[in-house]
Design a binder for this molecule. Structure first.
Ligand code: DQA
Length: 157
């Protein structure tokens, strides 16, 4: 049973080599390793999938429905135009956190819009190598809050 499915979109398998001045020198395996350690600290089992194809990510979100309580999605450039991924996430019933290593809102104009933003709980962006683990941390807190009896939560009301 997976508690949190981390999805990495197109070109993210090149992390470490790809534009290191923007995305840093850590590889995707490094990020996933840190995220997994964070998940384990919270007693959560993490699974990771990287795909360049939007269809593969859409299928993964469908597969998570009713089965996996939380998603972390770094959709890469699909963030800005991936309407099929938007629709898949709109039909997803768990916690969903959008993730970016960089801070797209402060970059080129075409990166400033996220089509995923309306269908996720929140976003972690701009924290570089901390991003994957911070996103898992957010998931752990949100899941704990949703599982807590009413009135025990910290955020929300
Ligand atoms: C990214 C930001 C996107 O704009 C870009 O296309 C990526 C990586 C990030 O992690 O900062 O591929 O999602």
């Amino acid at each position: 049973m997976t508690d949190v499915l981390v999805l990495s979109g197109p070109n993210l398998q090149l992390l470490g080599e790809r534009q290191p001045e923007v995305y840093g020198r850590a590889t995707l395996a490094d990020h996933v390793g840190r995220a997994t350690a964070t998940a384990e600290r919270h007693g959560l089992r993490l699974e990771h999938l990287q795909a360049d194809a939007e269809a593969v990510l859409v299928a993964a979100v469908h597969g998570a429905r009713g089965r996996v309580p939380a998603l972390v999605v770094n959709a890469g450039a699909l963030t800005h135009y991936g309407w099929s991924l938007h629709d898949a996430l709109a039909a997803y019933d768990g916690v969903a956190v959008e993730l970016h290593l960089s801070h797209p809102s402060g970059r080129e104009p075409w990166r400033r819009r996220s089509v995923l933003a309306p269908v996720v709980d929140g976003a972690v962006a701009g924290f570089g190598g901390l991003g994957y683990e911070l996103a898992v941390e957010a998931v752990a807190r949100l899941l704990a809050e949703r599982r807590a009896p009413r009135g025990d939560g910290v955020a929300g009301a």
